[in-house]
Design a binder for this molecule. Sequence first.
Ligand SMILES: Cc1cc2nc3c(=O)[nH]c(=O)nc-3n(C[C@H](O)[C@H](O)[C@H](O)COP(=O)(O)OP(=O)(O)OC[C@H]3O[C@@H](n4cnc5c(N)ncnc54)[C@H](O)[C@@H]3O)c2cc1C
Length: 235
Amino acid sequence: MVAHTVGQGLWGLENLAGIPGTVGAAVVQNIGAYGVELSDQFVSLRAFDRSTRAFVELAAPACRFAYRQSLFKQEKGRYVVTRVRLKVSRAGAPNLSYGNLSAIGDPDDPGQIMAEVLRLRARKLPDWRRCGNAGSFFHNPVVSDPEGRAFMLANPGAPAFSQADGWKLSAGWLIEQAGLKGYRRGRAGVSEQHALVLVNHGGATCSDILDLADHVATTVRHRFGISLQREPELL
Ligand SMILES: Cc1cc2nc3c(=O)[nH]c(=O)nc-3n(C[C@H](O)[C@H](O)[C@H](O)COP(=O)(O)OP(=O)(O)OC[C@H]3O[C@@H](n4cnc5c(N)ncnc54)[C@H](O)[C@@H]3O)c2cc1C
């Protein structure tokens, strides 16, 4: 979908390039990357409501989008998303707010941003085709305003992003500062490229990965007093 719209010179989805998955699942997770969330470009969707056995049209407020959250996660299994309406634009509106993206200057084509996002992702994230992983393994924790301020005071220079309901911290930074980047536990490990990604070095089982995830969350909690929540869901 990203490549399809970008290929037509349409702006809006280019920062979401390279996130694996279907369009229907993208609203479930409210996928986001490089300063853009799907909900920023969302207009409405059509879904089959299994509880009433009828199709419904839902606009953005009804979908209760939040950071990696939506109605479809909260009422799991109730809706089957069959159509998603997104807004894209012919007028260039580049979003270069995130990190290194501003280095590309003043792009006149969304393809330039898409190419840069794909390049950055390839550099920063382990390739799931070669080293099994589920992308980010933990949500970036959102803490209350007093908690966030106390954290920043105790950890000068730590990334923290102001939110309506407090502060969003960087789970990757917390894991890296806890000394776990590149850590290996048997066949499972924390990626050497990106501390937020747990990787299967070959033959790791589900419980190997979950043991490692517990170790990471416990270590971060002891070091910073911050709880990490797992992002991938177990079916
Ligand atoms: C290497 C890698 C990198 C990633 N990077 C990012 C990233 O940068 N940002 C980000 O936000 N996520 C990222 N992810 C997470 C992932 O891509 C998303 O969660 C994705 O949306 C999952 O899509 P899927 O089609 O595989 O869904 P599935 O895993 O098959 O399903 C996810 C959930 O959605 C439900 N679902 C699926 N389709 C529908 C539908 N049509 N209607 C209702 N419910 C449905 C399923 O039942 C399930 O509960 C990454 C994952 C990987 C592996």
